[in-house]
Structures are given as C-alpha cells and as structure tokens.
Design a protein around this ligand. Structure first.
Ligand SMILES: C[S@@+](CC[C@H](N)C(=O)[O-])C[C@H]1O[C@@H](n2cnc3c(N)ncnc32)[C@H](O)[C@@H]1O
Length: 297
C-alpha cells in the first residue's frame, strides 16, 4: 500500500488503499472535523449537529459508539456500508450525506435524456466510433450510475461506459457489489444489478477537491454535492468539472445548487450554456481549455 501524508491536512492520509485515520484523543477527532469542514458551507448545520451529537463523549471509542448507537445522518443514509466504515468515514458522511435513490431525476430531466442527450451520444459514437464516456461524481453507492445505465439500455443505446467516483471507500466498495436496498422495501430485499449493466460501469475513489480529473467526458453528472461546499471551493470544483468535459458535452447538476445556493456563480459562467430552465448545461464548442470560466474573474 502506498501511503502519503498530506502536509496541509495532517488528518488525512492519502493512500492507494484505505488507511483509517488514527485518533488518539477526543481533540484529534474534533480537529479532524474542523479540518474536513473547512471547505464546506459555513452556513450548513451539519457540522454543528455532528458536534452536538458527540458532545459529552470522552474518547474516540466513545464517539464511535455514540455514532453507532444514536440515529444520525451518516448511519441513516450509508445503509450496509456504515458497518464497513472507519471512524473518519463515519464522521465525514455526517458532514456530507450519502443519501441517494434510484431514478432521482425529474420527468423533464428524463425527457431531456431521451430527446437531447441520447441523440447527442449517438452522434458522438458515429463521429468517433467509440463508446461515449460518462462520469457520475459523486456516485455514493452507485445507484445513480445504475439508474443511468439501465435507462440508456432501455432506450436502445448501448455504446457507453459510466464511471462512478466518490471520496468514500466504503460507498465505492458497496457500489462495486452491484447490489443496493430498494427504498420502500424491507431491508433484506436487495436489487441485484445485471451483468449487462455492471459490464458498462466502473467505480473509483476520488476526491474532487484534491485535484483535476485525468480524463475528458461526454457528460458529467454532478448532483447533490456542490451546494455543500463554501463558495471558493465550489468555484474550484466547478472549474475542474468544466475542464474534464469535452466541448459540446453536458454537465448535469441539481436544481437546488443552480437556482438557490449559487445562482450568481452559474449565471456568471462564460463557457457553459444553460438548457432552458433545467439544471443542465452544455459546454460551448469553442470553449478554450483555460482556467478562467467566470465573468467575475
Ligand atoms: C448526497 S450524495 C449524492 C449522490 C448522488 N449523486 C445522488 O444525487 O444521488 C453526496 C456524495 O458526495 C460524496 N462526497 C463528499 N465530498 C466529496 C468529495 N470531496 N469528492 C467526491 N465525493 C464527495 C459523499 O461521500 C456522498 O456519497
């Protein structure tokens, strides 16, 4: 296992496998929470809720026990993955939830996929003779990836690969199993993803705040994460996503971040064109691959 300690965030160990953070005291845990929350929206109540929850616990072991036995955001949404997490993961997923569900798109978004996105993909495949490359980041336990793959196959579009990326090892491990509990069904009823779908998907750990993506994609789904970040980090993440998008490609966000959390940021973008009132943008074909995407910069 290759392990590097990050000088700016000593609480993080960047590794090619998962290396749990070692907490010796309660203060170590608090310092980890503060460091992790540094690039999150200061107005978010998640950090204070987490601090309240673990207040009174005296050791890292007490804190973990408290998280395991008290209802909390992380445990609620991580499902089976919760029990495979180290304490640092359990803390992190209380700051940004793993909440996800199948078919988490509006009817107008599905309509866009059918009428615009799939025809765009078909043109790309005809031009390049290669499958289109799609990214779902963050993918949590893979449900968004599997929803999209199933949708494209149902619509007779087969020439695609979808990569799912998320910063939590535990959810990526869960995604790779190709199983997830179906909402509304008893806990032990599990959806099993067909080999046909699994063969077109792959999953990796990746933290979008820690550097650029290495490839370019024809479409990027970035849903239900950007709004958690404070403004500077959100701008950097957005720039990174734009760089990783091919000219003509589509970026698919959620309505909350575009219309409520950061409307000015989205209005100021010079290299993306919004598709009507949808939280979906196309990278204008003549966009230069430089760092400045916003009118205000
Ligand atoms: C609310 S879920 C969204 C999942 C999916 N896109 C959806 O809409 O159903 C947010 C996910 O973001 C992940 N996440 C948080 N910070 C991240 C980061 N810096 N880089 C990549 N993923 C991150 C979390 O682990 C969590 O799984």
């Amino acid at each position: 296992m290759l392990t590097l300690t990050c000088p700016h965030h000593p609480w993080y160990t960047l590794s090619m496998g998962k290396q749990p953070v070692v907490f010796r005291t309660r203060d170590d845990v608090y310092a980890f929470i503060h460091a992790t929350a540094r690039n999150l929206d200061p107005g978010s109540r998640y950090k204070s809720e987490l601090m309240q929850l673990i207040d009174g616990a005296r050791t890292p072991q007490d804190i973990e026990q408290c998280l395991d036995t008290t209802p909390n955001r992380g445990r609620l949404f991580a499902g089976k993955a919760w029990h495979t997490m180290s304490l640092d993961d359990k803390l992190v997923c209380n700051l940004v939830t793993n909440e996800t569900e199948p078919n988490r798109f509006t009817p107008s978004e599905f309509c866009f996929f059918e009428e615009v996105l799939i025809p765009h993909f078909i043109r790309r495949v005809t031009q390049t003779q290669r499958p289109v490359q799609i990214l779902s980041l963050p993918c949590s336990m893979g449900v968004e990836v599997y929803t999209l793959a199933g949708y494209f196959l149902e619509h007779y579009f087969h020439r695609f690969r979808i990569e799912g990326k998320d910063n939590l090892y535990a959810v990526i491990r869960q995604a790779r199993t190709g199983t997830f509990p179906y909402p509304g069904c008893p806990r032990d009823m599990t959806v099993h993803i067909s080999a046909d779908i699994q063969g077109r998907t792959s999953f990796d750990v990746f933290d979008i705040t820690r550097g650029d993506l290495k490839k370019q994609y024809d479409a990027i789904f970035h849903r239900n994460l950007l709004a958690y970040f404070e403004a500077r980090t959100a701008t950097q993440v957005l720039s990174s996503l734009i760089r990783a998008l091919r000219p003509g490609g589509y970026l698919i966000f959620d309505r909350f971040v575009v219309d409520q959390q950061y409307p000015a940021l989205f209005r100021g973008m010079t290299t993306l064109e919004r598709i009507g009132a949808l939280p979906i943008f196309q990278k204008t074909r003549d966009a230069k691959d430089h760092d400045w995407f916003f009118e205000s910069q």
